[in-house]
Design a protein around this ligand. Structure first.
Ligand code: MG
Ligand code: ZN
Length: 230
């Protein structure tokens, strides 16, 4: 016999559910969006679990786009600079945001990081969130588009267990498709789960290690059109 306890509104002691804080974050996100727009910066943020392949995808996109436009990257992480060191090797301006204990970026941290960038010299900004599929979705940062990366190695239930994150995405990247057979995971099933939550989202299959599918992610985001207009 199975029992289920369901948390009601405000029943979990979680600062993230504080309505005032959420409103303040939304206000700061709008400020960031205005600031970016004033400088003609196109901003895209990337969410996904630890190890899903966010940094690999970012590295692949930066490699393909850095000669076509001026790129800057914000890297969210609790304490390390592993990812920002990897991205900085591509020769693009990179700012590490260390959140300490916090499991997501918020608009205030992004605002602080933006002050370290000469926005007049940037056309395209990528923001990699802290590896986490839950709360980053609740904190808009001021970007225009959101990518969610999910890999087949996370198992078959990643999408249905995190509907909120997928409902807010513009593009979902299904990564590590080369490992689907070994993981006994159906990519088609993952895609159907995503479409059920978010029927307008674009889904792209990738192997971000080899680069397969990355050009399609760039296409799905409309980046070439954006930078074509610069
Ligand atoms: Mg990363
Ligand atoms: Zn969090």
């Amino acid at each position: 016999m199975r029992d289920v306890v369901v948390a009601g509104p405000g029943e979990v002691f979680d600062v993230e559910l504080d309505a005032d804080l959420m409103r303040e974050n939304e206000r700061l996100a709008r400020e960031n969006a205005d600031l970016l727009e004033r400088h003609d910066v196109n901003a895209i943020d990337i969410m996904g679990s630890i190890g899903s392949g966010k940094t690999s995808l970012l590295g692949q996109m930066v490699r393909r786009l850095k000669k076509k436009c001026r790129i800057a990257v914000l890297e969210g992480d609790l304490t390390t600079t592993i990812d920002s060191d990897l991205i900085a090797k591509h020769g693009v301006k990179t700012v590490q945001i260390n959140t300490g204990k916090e499991c997501h970026l918020d608009a205030n941290l992004v605002k602080k990081a933006l002050m370290k960038i000469d926005l007049a010299a940037v056309d395209l900004l990528f923001i990699e969130n802290v590896g986490n599929l839950i709360c980053p979705a609740e904190f808009p940062l001021g970007s225009q588009k959101r990518i969610v990366v999910v890999s087949v190695t996370e198992g078959p239930y990643m999408v249905v267990k995190h509907p909120f994150t997928f409902s807010g995405a513009d593009v979902v990247v299904v990564n590590k498709i080369d490992l689907a057979r070994a993981m006994k995971v159906s990519i088609g099933k993952i895609e159907r789960d995503i479409k059920r939550i978010n029927s307008r989202v674009q889904i792209v299959r990738t192997n971000c290690r080899s680069g397969e599918g990355v050009a399609k992610v760039i296409e799905a985001l409309g980046i070439e059109q954006l930078i074509g207009a610069i």
